[in-house]
Design a protein around this ligand. Structure first.
Ligand code: AMP
Length: 115
């Protein structure tokens, strides 16, 4: 399922050009357009899920694929050893801007405490 108004669905379809750093059957990864750290990637499921709470058990493999992508990208970006942070913003209190589930991978500098 895709959402024709969704920016991440458009990127996945190639309607908005963006370099895919990783891709498998379930997800893909791009660089964030407004990076908050030297490495700032987004791991995005190909299906249009808005929220984790809307996903059913059948979609657990997609979550596994997203973590597998993050793992591989952390290595290929050279942040696996110094360390990195994975973030999934959900709804208003988190400041989620794009209503299509995605995981941020941040690294390349001391990220400091959360908060
Ligand atoms: P969130 O606040 O968790 O919804 O994060 C959405 C992220 O998507 C932000 O960090 C934006 O900078 C990023 N973003 C928005 N549009 C694009 C785009 N066209 N390409 C890459 N990243 C984008």
């Amino acid at each position: 399922m895709t959402d024709e108004d969704c920016i991440f669905c458009k990127i996945n379809a190639g309607d908005i050009p963006s370099e895919k750093l990783f891709e498998d059957d379930d997800c893909f990864a791009i660089r964030d357009i407004a990076p908050k750290a030297p490495t700032h990637l987004l791991v995005i499921p190909k299906e249009h899920f808005t929220y984790l709470t809307g996903m059913t058990a059948g979609f657990q493999p997609v979550i596994g694929s997203m973590y597998n992508a993050a793992r591989q990208l952390a290595i290929s970006e050279g942040v696996a050893e110094p360390g990195y942070r994975l973030i999934v913003n959900q709804r208003d209190d988190s400041g989620q801007e794009v209503p299509h589930l995605h995981m941020h991978l941040l690294g390349g500098r001391k990220l400091g405490p959360m908060g």
